[in-house]
Design a protein around this ligand. Structure first.
Ligand SMILES: NC(=O)c1ccc[n+]([C@@H]2O[C@H](COP(=O)([O-])OP(=O)(O)OC[C@H]3O[C@@H](n4cnc5c(N)ncnc54)[C@H](O)[C@@H]3O)[C@@H](O)[C@H]2O)c1
Length: 346
């Protein structure tokens, strides 16, 4: 049976979602929602005549839907989730679920209180390269991981046409829009929680962002695994450079491109050996796999992916890192989650 999705938000990411849903064999559009008529018009021109609305409340009264997809900026997610849960519908929300802990926790609590399922779109978990790093670490192919370095350098010019604009003016755009993916991958691929974080965020003089576009963190994970993270949207060179290296007892695991290019070496090897990965179009195939898992989760055919409760741990990590930067202190992430009323995942 086809899952009828009500898509809320038709901007840059919403258009990617449009392509995924329009070509998906198990889902279809119940309707679309966006207050901007130009966005609605561009979307229907691209994906056909879909019932369209300027607000979610009207859409929920008018169409029959099986799930709501939120592709709106995070500051509207609480109200939108509340409407969807009141209608008894599950929600798949884009990251971050919210910009503060209280709002995110309220969304997750509401989902649980109403018995509605909630997933958050951490699509990079589904990249073949992420799946393979997770497997290599879990199987201890090179022994226990001891430390990692995760570096993401980009000069991202958000003034270009076609880019979303709200990160230009929000607080902590790098941490809450981008690093959240990276810190989530660190939790997911290493299969363990972060115990403590020391962080510094800052904004270089030439940044086009109103607030900090650089993040540097030292993360201590369970089992004594230490990870050094650097992420920037204001690199001095307009060329994306990425490397995630994990040093283990008997070798290294190195991801050399943002979405691909994995290689490994044993300690005594002269050179890295590439790891074969299936082809994948980033943002599309990984998101489609997440959607597949979401549909299976709703149908009871598998576990629900990237649950809201799991996402609280990644968001808490970002917000604990921000607290560390603001106070100049190392923050105990377990204490931070307790203080904000977040249960640890079992
Ligand atoms: N998972 C990923 O890989 C990925 C990639 C890009 C963006 N995102 C996320 O997707 C979300 C949207 O980002 P974007 O780049 O599409 O932003 P955008 O600014 O391009 O689009 C947002 C759209 O939401 C609409 N909107 C705002 N309030 C609304 C409301 N109350 N009801 C209905 N529509 C409303 C706006 O009119 C706009 O069309 C963000 O949370 C962002 O972090 C995720």
């Amino acid at each position: 049976m086809t899952l009828r999705i009500l898509q809320v938000g038709l901007g840059n990411r919403g258009t990617m979602w449009g392509r995924i849903i329009a070509h998906h064999p198990r889902v279809a559009f119940a309707g679309i929602v966006d207050p901007d008529p130009a966005r609605v018009s561009a979307f229907t021109q691209a994906f056909g005549d879909i019932p369209s609305f300027s607000d979610l409340g009207s859409a929920l009264k008018a169409v029959e839907a099986d799930a709501v997809l939120l592709v709106t900026p995070p500051n509207g997610h609480l109200d939108q989730a509340r409407c969807a849960f009141a209608a008894g519908l599950p929600v798949l929300a884009e990251k971050p679920l919210a910009l503060d802990m209280d709002e995110a926790r309220r969304i997750v609590d509401l989902a649980e209180a109403t018995g509605c399922r909630l997933s958050v779109c951490l699509n990079f978990r589904f990249l073949p390269v992420s799946q393979e790093i997770r497997r290599l670490v879990a199987d201890q192919e090179f022994g226990a991981p001891g430390f990692g370095t995760f570096n993401y350098h980009r000069n991202r010019d958000w003034w270009r046409p076609g880019m979303n604009k709200y990160p230009l003016t929000m607080r902590y755009p790098m941490m809450l829009e981008q690093s959240i993916h990276h810190l989530d991958l660190i939790r997911y691929c290493y299969g363990r929680e972060v115990e403590a974080v020391s962080c510094r965020t800052w904004n270089p003089s030439w940044s086009v962002y109103a607030h900090d576009a650089n993040v540097s963190c030292l993360l201590t994970l369970e089992g004594g695994l230490e990870v050094n993270y650097l992420g920037t949207w204001t690199g001095g060179w307009n060329e994306l450079k990425f490397q995630w290296r994990t040093d283990c007892e008997r070798g290294v695991i190195v991801q050399q491109e943002l979405f691909s290019d994995l290689a490994t070496a044993r300690t005594e090897d002269d050179a890295l050996t590439p790891v074969r990965l299936p082809p994948c179009t980033p943002f599309v195939d990984d998101t489609r796999m997440l959607l597949d898992a979401f549909v299976e989760g709703l149908r009871g055919e598998g576990p629900l992916p990237c649950t809201g409760r799991d996402h609280l741990q990644s968001l808490a990590l970002c917000l604990a890192a921000i607290e560390s930067s603001e106070t100049g202190q190392r923050v105990d992430v377990r204490e931070f989650t307790r203080r904000h009323g977040i249960r640890r995942m079992s």
